[in-house]
Each structure stands twice: as structure tokens, then as C-alpha cells.
Design a protein around this ligand. Structure first.
Ligand code: ZN
Length: 160
């Protein structure tokens, strides 16, 4: 069975940035399960997985435009220090999670501390980066009716 839209794919993956530093990976023996074709993983990786079968491995290089997007200079903003809890140990380079007015949780990265203000970067931490994935497809199966309704994989490596 091949990877195609609305099938559940169990994937072992390792993500690095081409310089050997591993950013993220699936735990040994615990592949990620996702519903293919619904934009749950970055487009550049999802497109390359299309048509693969269980047991196949691939190295995929994803440019920023098909990953987490280009870095947008408008995402760099200076905000008052009072936006953060008074005792928060702020450090340059640290990533925090903030809630937007729409209720979405977004990661923000601290770029500079300037006394009464903080320079933050609202871009995704991986924006502007070329992503290198080493992937192995462990299993491909049809999604259940319930999984299609929920829009995600159930069972090991999935939701719930
Ligand atoms: Zn569900």
C-alpha cells in the first residue's frame, strides 16, 4: 500500500539543518502517525512522501518556501518588558509560547533585551531554514471513518 491522500502513515523521522545538529526526531520504536494529504506536516516533506511504501527510506531536503516559510523582517518587534511576568528569567535566544488575540498559540523567540523593552521574533523558529529530513515509512493503512471525521490519526503515534 502506497502513501496517498487520506491514508494513515507511520513515520520515523530525524530533522536536522544540514550541519549535523538534530532539531527533532521520533523516539526509537515510536513513529509519528499522521493523516496524509491534510497539511499536518510541512508541504515539502508531505509531497516527497507521496507514493512511498512501508519499509522505504528517503532523505528529503525542504527549502524554506515549502517548510516553515521565509523569515519575515516584520516579525521582529519591540515590546514592553511588562508583557512578560516580572520574575520570568528572560534570556536571548529562548523561545516562549504566546497566545494571539485569535487564541492561537505561537512560538516567539527573544532576540534582544533592552532594559524596559524586549525585542521578539514572531517568525516560526524554523522560518528561513532549509530542513533536512531522514525518513522511514513504517506503515501505511487506510484511515478509519472516525479518523477522517476528526482529521487526524488515532492509535500509537497519533491523537488521543
Ligand atoms: Zn480523534
Amino acid at each position: 500500500m502506497k502513501v496517498t491522500k487520506d491514508r494513515i502513515v507511520s513515520l520515523e523521522y530525524r530533522l536536522h539543518l544540514g550541519d549535523g545538529s538534530v532539531i527533532d526526531q521520533s523516539a526509537p520504536g515510536e513513529p509519528l502517525a499522521y493523516l496524509h494529504g491534510r497539511g499536518q506536516i510541512v508541504p515539502g516533506l508531505e509531497g516527497e512522501l507521496e507514493g512511498m511504501s512501508a519499509g522505504e527510506s528517503k532523505q528529503v531536503v525542504v527549502p524554506p518556501s515549502k517548510g516553515y516559510g521565509e523569515h519575515d523582517a516584520r516579525g521582529i518587534q519591540e515590546v514592553p518588558r511588562t508583557m512578560f511576568p516580572p520574575n520570568a528569567p528572560l534570556q536571548v535566544g529562548m523561545t516562549l509560547t504566546a497566545q494571539t488575540e485569535q487564541g492561537d498559540m505561537i512560538p516567539i523567540t527573544l532576540r534582544e533585551l533592552k532594559g524596559d523593552s524586549v525585542v521578539v521574533d514572531l517568525n516560526h523558529p524554523l522560518a528561513g531554514k532549509t530542513l533536512h529530513f531522514d525518513v522511514t515509512v513504517r506503515e501505511v493503512r487506510d484511515a478509519s471513518t472516525e479518523e477522517l471525521q476528526h482529521g487526524h490519526a488515532h492509535g500509537p503515534g497519533g491523537a488521543h
